[in-house]
Design a protein around this ligand. Sequence first.
Ligand code: UTP
Length: 299
Amino acid sequence: MNLMPPRVRKAVFPAAGLGTRFLPATKAQPKEMLALVDKPIIQYGVEEALASGIDNIIIVTGRGKNAIEDHFDVSYELEKILEEKGKTDLLQVVREISDMIHVSYIRQKEALGLGHAVLTARELVGEEPFAVLLADDVIDAPVPALRQMLDVYEATGASVIAVQPVPREVISSYGVINPSPDQAPAGRFAGPIARIADLVEKPRPADAPSDLAVVGRYVLTPAIFDCLERTQRGAGGEIQLTDALRMLARREPMYALTLAGRRHDTGDKLGFLQATVELALKRADLGEPFRAYLRALKP
Ligand code: UTP
């Protein structure tokens, strides 16, 4: 008997949001293309998916997102110029991006919410389990965040949502899980696991069922699509992913994995600056001079 659940082969990157928190930088440029040190935010997520064993990437784009497609495409002119100038190391950096992945794009014609963006990818995903990565959440971890989650999926065959504890004062900015006291699945995983009884979107601190906030990584069974189809439009006419996840949690087991690693919310200005500083300090080529520069800054 084959006990392995179907393999997760595809990763969906919803990238059709308006990025209003980053205006004016995002007026003519997608926020996913803002660079952290020297790499666009979305490339960190794509590299995480690859390092986790998934190379079939689906990017949900919207208006003004051509730069994302260009970034993962071959750039003949640039490659030719770098070749002529003998800049072989840069040539390799540029080539690696387009060689990296098999990528498909699908357009979300109107920004009707994250749930709607995931539903838009239905045809490309098909009836199989898949991952969703919100590129804004950059997770710096020794074991790639998605790999940590796939380990739980492979042991359970159930949907897995990434969570991390956050302080009570900021809990109302997040989706929060209500962990059920049921037994967690057996096995050794990167962090604690809990079965999810329910989820709440942006609760008041007093109403939060736990301190475990949803992070932008999901491994979902295809049953989520039916739940999304049945989800009513909520605030702002948007289809909320959280509403569909609540429905799914009532139908099938769903687990929360507390991710091991440092999460940066790069969709937020302060989070973006912190990520830039921390990632730059870790770089072999920049870390030392950058640290010296920061030390010398006057308070
Ligand atoms: P956010 O809540 O961060 O929204 O979306 P946003 O529009 O991108 O940014 P702000 O809040 O206005 O600054 C979470 C994720 O869902 C995607 C976004 O691209 C982001 O990855 N999204 C959101 C869509 O793909 N489509 C939508 O209609 C809404």
